[in-house]
Write a protein of this length. Sequence first.
Length: 420
Amino acid sequence: MTTDAQAEQTDPLAEPRERVGRGWTASLSLANGAIWVGWYGPLQILLALQAEDFAPGTGMSKETLLAWVTGAGAVVSLAANPFFGALSDRTTARWGRRTPWIVGGTAGGALSLLLLAGAGGLWTMVLGWCLVQLALNAAFAAITAAVPDRVPRLQRGSVGGWLGAAQILGVVGGTGLATVTGGVGAGYAACAVFTMAGVLPYVLRHRDLRLPPQARPPWSWRAFAAGFALSPRRHPDLAWAWLTRFLINLSNALVLLYLLYYLRDRLHYPDPGEGVLILTAVNGLTLLATVVVSGVWSDRSGRRKPFVLWSGALMALATAGLAAWQTWPGAIVAAALLGVGFGVFTSVDFALMTDVLPTALDRGKDLGVINVANALPQVAAPVLAAPIVTYLGGYRALYLVAAVIGAAGAVLVRQIRGVD
């Protein structure tokens, strides 16, 4: 492992001032993308295929079974991200605060994906997916916290843009690996290998910031647990930012959850797995066209809220289009517009979140609480989507509800006062 001079000389609790280089940004982005490969190969393709195989023996529909499995994993994710973020805040290992959790989390996630590859029934599937969420959230919490540790405020939009680009490439890559490798087991194995390999450049080339033992507060489980309670009254900007992220991500989760079934059962697309891959690729291309540019533009302008507002409005419009124009061309147009909007949102919202963090000592924990707004929609989406699709109007009603939720999230960003 090499040594970064900046990591050796910088107080880990000080606000960073020196801009990070391209190598650091590229390797952290690759690690981030690798985590998303491990998540979205299963979420887009593999879990849905397993749900279809296992559903006849459970008495549930494939939609309901998939909802239960993804919901259980999301519950684990809700607790794991802030928990491991808080542990990394207090880690004084010689390799730094974040790196041990990145390595351990990705290794555990890869092994859990291999467990899913051999799942022979519902309960092994549930256990495997919950372990994937537990382990990969440990790594993701540490990767996310590395940004406010090392990146100055007016570079965070740009870095957030590259992380967002890696995220969508991870989604596309995970979907591609799950589709082309020739079976569920092979798809899981390919995702596991890529997830583990993707973190190595960051771990091997860049030394993490170390927390001096004297900087760590005295340990007690009571104080540790109490630290997760962030008062909306004391930190209103953080609360509004969290709610904005939650609602826009919930809207996006409602769109993605049943996409394979939507193409098969509503649009009657001949190869729905291939259709998901095509839509994901279209979405990824338009996202890549905006995610870095918007982050740089936000840094240069010094503004965050207008970017979040208008990107959220565009995504709501595209989602409403899925309800009004239920054809294959309509799905392609919606995927393209959603990519444009989510590209802007991903980079700038990330920078906005780092701008409203309350304390330097608790960056990992606070970002973990914020990241609950990414995971909680995975719990809420199945609860909302299953009855809407089954009893309350089908896919048209589902996408209209998703559009209203996304529009509400976009408007609420205006309540944040401490960020322009």
